[in-house]
Design a protein around this ligand. Sequence first.
Ligand code: HEM
Length: 368
Amino acid sequence: MAERSTAVVAASAALLLLLLLSAPATADVAAAAANRYPPLASGLSFDFYKKTCPKAESIVRDFLASAVKQNVGLAAALIRLHFHDCFVQGCDASILLDSTPTEKSEQEAGPNLTLRPAAFKAINDLRARLDRACGGTVVSCADIVALAARDSVGIAGGPAYQVPLGRRDSLSPASQTAVFDALPAPTSNVTTLLRFLARINLDATDLVTLSGGHTVGIAHCSSFENRLFPTKDGTLNQWFARQLGLTCPAKGAVNTTVNDIRTPNTFDNKYYVDLLNREGLFTSDQDLFTDARTKPLVTKFAVDQQAFFEQFVYSYVKMGQIQVLTGSSKGQIRANCSARNPATAAGNDGDLLPWSVVETAVETGLVL
Ligand code: HEM
């Protein structure tokens, strides 16, 4: 009997010890979950369309699951579209606006010329599907771009995550100069890249992590021929340089190659393995492994895909909140993502009445 009670006491003590030891671990997990996302910008929330268009997210996801099956490059194209939208004038869908007689589209500026038409078409197709399902124009074009980018990451094999929603669309595009001032060239080194990112409150961690978007997609010779001509960039792995030379035999070639030679269509950490092997495509990629400020994180991501995925979610959601327009007084929700809403007789800046009613109801918490 005495033996049995000693055993019970010992077992209870062991259980207590286990509980005590596991308490900090549980707290860590909760803290990690809390740190998974950056602070949300004022006016954005994860359930913004819960009442006004509850099916919005599943519509985007289902559409892309089948569209990416038809065209695997669409995922890369949409991931890049969100980046080019957010870096220039904030995530306001300004990249989608077509030229008008008085305003030139951002699409016509050099860095945007290689955005794929399929990405713009997918956004317009989603606009139509969402309008049918929501019973009107409820979801903004900027939110459609953010959701499409998120689902593209997931469909390509990357992490699943939630998107803060509630962005509104710009009334006009950024100027051509503003596009060049916001999007760094692929010939940039880390010092230049950090200078560009600092203007929009992104840091070296964000730079290394977001560059990981180059784990999918393609690039034209013009984007990396500076590394081949007139002389070969000494940081290029010899074998890789020869392969690039086959694709781009002379300056001015118009061919394309994949961004990540290991797994070109899969969203994984192999981009960082490429950099370790001096097989990064752009100067802006390879310099991340040359520069002492960014090299440690490149090395870490090359061996720890989970760490890359977690930081990618954080940095991409952070990027997705750059200078967002929120609240009914800023921007509008475009009925046609490629054009500003026509101004109404009431002179309400092109925001038609039914949308204002829906949005006002959302903001005041009314159930429609
Ligand atoms: C840090 C600075 C960056 C530079 C200098 C840069 C530059 C480029 C260039 C030059 C291309 C190829 C264009 C072409 O020749 O067709 C490209 C493609 C791409 N970029 Fe970036 N990029 C940067 C950051 C990002 C970020 C933050 C993302 C997203 C997280 C991203 C995602 C992509 C994707 C997915 C492609 C392939 C697009 C496709 O296949 O259509 N890039 N980038």
